[in-house]
Design a protein around this ligand. Structure first.
Ligand SMILES: *Cc1c(COP(=O)(O)O)cnc(C)c1O
Length: 379
């Protein structure tokens, strides 16, 4: 089976894990801090702007807490979003308000966001579909002008940039994922960036039960008499990551450039080989100054044949998928007016295999099978 997503893990990651084993400490420690520092450097920000977590979903939940989103607040997000983003809003007693998306890029445009704003909008959460930055700079401007917080779910955009500026750093808070299906994997893991280091410090405290004193060792060093005593400043959960995951993530981050160039080469190959298939549309070209992480490659099929094509490819050993199912169609979130461009995209779009482990033979097989399936109308 050719997978849509697949991590590339090898000897370097194994060696890093071995080192953690041998250190005698696998919990949150020096390696976690080193990974945070490396990630901050990758983003081009100071180390006090990021903190690591056990998942990106947890980072989204924390983001809503940090921004004091609560009952009576609206949060605007594209209907093509990670369900955890809407859950993070709803869990605070706030209302998710879904906006439409550009039908080709599946990213919300600045106009889509503006059209969904209400007097009660406290925050906007956007993602970068498939790694395409989208109109994130314009959306950041819209939010700044109106005093609305912007959260970037940069889970698809670990290497995406606009004019050299990292996606995830355009708004107030950015979040990333290192789960098993992402480009940089750590088993599980997340990262949170905030423009305001005070929010990062608060997030770090909230990620460990809301304890004032997070390390007994530190207080012992400071000469505290009873270093095991605690104080709870907020009633929070436990969302920290550990040195095992961080060690893997750190190695993977070092390989990110290599991963993205292989992914770009595959995407460009698909662009070339699929451009002339009638009724098939490749992703639009990236605007000048935009860099993608090439997390997803998506094709759009005319004539209502998407599902049939997906089934036929599956039968021939090629897995495909659609990200992300429309949230305004999920029973719990069903609300508001129709969002016609997203609805068109959701029935036409198919994400095909794209990962750094695909060899040329597999890429060729995807091209051949997809061309044939579309030309046969999915039959
Ligand atoms: C994978 C993903 C997430 C969730 O990440 P986890 O670390 O698994 O919680 C959030 N947003 C987007 C856009 C994703 O693709």
């Amino acid at each position: 089976m050719i997978n849509v997503f697949q991590p590339a893990l090898g000897d370097q990651e194994l060696a890093a894990v071995r080192e953690v084993f041998e250190s005698g400490w696998i919990g949150r420690g020096e390696r976690t801090r080193a990974f945070e520092e490396a990630f901050a450097k990758h983003l081009g920000v100071g180390g006090d702007h990021v903190t690591s977590l056990n998942s990106c979903t947890e980072a989204l939940f924390l983001a809503m807490e940090l921004l004091e989103v609560g009952p009576g607040c609206d949060v605007v997000l594209p209907t093509v979003s990670w369900v955890g983003a809407a859950n993070a809003v709803a869990a605070r007693g706030a209302r998710p308000v879904f906006c439409d998306v550009d039908p080709r890029t599946l990213n919300a445009t600045a106009d889509d966001v503006v059209a969904a704003l209400t007097p009660r909008t406290r925050a906007v959460i956007v993602l970068h579909y498939g790694g395409y930055p989208g109109e994130v700079a314009a959306i950041a401007e819209v939010c700044r002008e109106r005093g609305i917080a912007l959260v970037e779910d940069a889970a698809c955009a670990v290497a995406s940039r606009v004019d050299g500026e990292a996606c995830g750093t355009f708004g107030d808070i950015g979040v990333w994922s290192f789960d098993a299906m992402k480009i940089v994997v750590a088993g599980d893991g997340g990262m949170l960036y905030a423009r305001d280091p005070v929010l990062v410090a608060r997030a770090t405290k909230l990620a460990y039960l809301g304890l004032e004193q997070v390390s007994g060792f530190d207080s012992a060093r400071r000469g505290a008499y009873r270093w095991w005593e605690i104080d709870v400043s907020s009633f929070s959960r436990r969302s920290i990551t550990n040195d095992l995951a961080a060690a893997i993530g750190h190695v993977q981050l070092g390989r990110l450039g290599e991963f993205v160039s292989r992914r770009r080469a595959i995407a460009e190959h698909y662009d070339r080989e699929l451009a002339d298939v009638p009724g098939l549309h490749c992703p639009p070209p990236l605007p000048a100054g935009h860099e993608s992480s090439y997390y997803l490659y998506w094709v759009q099929l005319d004539g209502g044949i998407r599902d049939a094509v997906a089934r036929r490819l599956y039968e021939r050993g090629i897995y495909t998928t659609f990200r992300y199912p429309l949230l305004h169609r999920v029973p719990a979130y069903r609300a508001g007016s129709p969002l016609p461009r997203a609805e068109w995209a959701a029935q036409a779009t198919l994400c095909i295999p794209l990962h750094q482990g695909l060899d040329d033979g597999a890429v060729e097989r995807v091209v051949t099978e997809l061309r044939a399936a579309v030309l046969d109308g999915g039959r």
